[in-house]
Design a binder for this molecule. Structure first.
Ligand code: GLN
Length: 299
């Protein structure tokens, strides 16, 4: 009811300012927090305008087709579609990545993983680095930029994700340095002669326990790819496989670096210890103090 009333009321608001107010009201009714900023970002994208123009020229008339296009985007956001899918981009490690519903939206926690991985001294002059479950390609592309000598391979089961990842590699000028291959975890790397040669394996695997998905915010639960989120009943199904399968590819002293969910780090350390191919683990915390990255070194 409130929604319909707002739309009717807004039919009078055919100026930039009126459209902005309408958008804010729609987003606010949908339970979204940061409505001012989000409504401005949506208008900037829909109308190819800037915040400054919106401020200075608020009384300017909006053409019906511009208004319709903007309202469509407001409606998508009001249905709790993530803003990043609507705008088509997300910043990660200072680079702008294309994103869409085929890929997980890159998170700031994952920057911690990239930073830690890039900071270790990889001894080979052209170290081979593998990103498993690359999604948007954010980890592989950021690492290619941070490690100019590295040769990267990135895998994903989703063809749609790989399409976006390749686009992101090209956007950042590293398409010649990252080989994207389709398949399950390490499977597509077989036959490339990489066994025992890899300096580092990095992954932000799906790690949410199946039963916890329903408790997440609607943006995540209803829009981000389930394949990128859920790691079986306890969240660790993919992690177990990564820990078990990585040693075959890692060179001696090669590292496996994994992002993990809150409360999972100790379990992952135990899984690795039981596996027997790794030395002592270390754990890194994210900006919120949560144990977020587990670093393992192959014996
Ligand atoms: N590696 C990608 C990222 O960090 C995708 C991760 C995933 O799909 N779980 O964004």
């Amino acid at each position: 009811m409130a929604l319909v009333a707002r739309q009717i009321e807004s039919d009078r608001g055919t100026t930039l300012e009126g459209l902005l107010r309408t958008g804010e009201a729609l987003l606010s009714d949908a339970g979204i927090q940061n409505v001012r900023h989000e409504a401005v970002w949506i208008m900037e994208a829909a109308l190819a305008t800037t915040r400054l123009a919106l401020q200075l020229d608020g009384q300017r008339a909006v053409q019906p087709e511009d208004r319709a296009r903007t309202m469509t985007l407001f409606a998508r956001r009001a249905a709790r579609e993530p803003l990043q899918y609507i705008l088509g981009t997300q910043d990660f490690c200072g680079l702008e990545f294309a994103v869409g519903p085929e890929v997980l939206i890159p998170r700031p926690e994952t920057e911690r993983l990239v930073e830690a991985f890039a900071r270790q001294r990889l001894s080979a002059p052209a170290p081979i680095v593998v990103d498993i479950g690359t999604g948007s390609g954010c980890i592989a592309v950021a690492l290619a930029r941070l490690l100019p000598g590295a040769v990267l391979f990135a895998t994903d089961r989703s063809a749609g994700a790989l399409r976006i990842a390749r686009q992101n590699a090209a956007r950042h000028g590293v398409e010649g340095r990252v080989t994207f291959v389709a398949g399950d975890l390490f499977e597509p790397l077989r036959g490339l002669g990489l066994e025992g040669q890899v300096a580092g394996v990095v992954s932000n695997p799906p790690y949410i326990p199946e039963g916890e998905l329903a408790g997440l915010q609607p943006e995540v639960q209803s829009f981000e790819p389930r394949m990128a989120l859920v790691g079986g009943t306890d969240g660790l199904a993919i992690v177990r496989r990564l820990v078990a399968e990585a040693p075959e590819f890692l060179a001696p002293s090669g590292t496996l670096m994994l992002e993990v969910g809150q409360g999972q780090a100790e379990d992952v350390v135990r899984i690795a210890a039981a596996q027997g191919n790794y030395g002592p683990a270390h754990i890194l915390r994210d900006a919120a103090g949560i144990e977020r990255v587990v670093c393992l070194q192959r014996r």
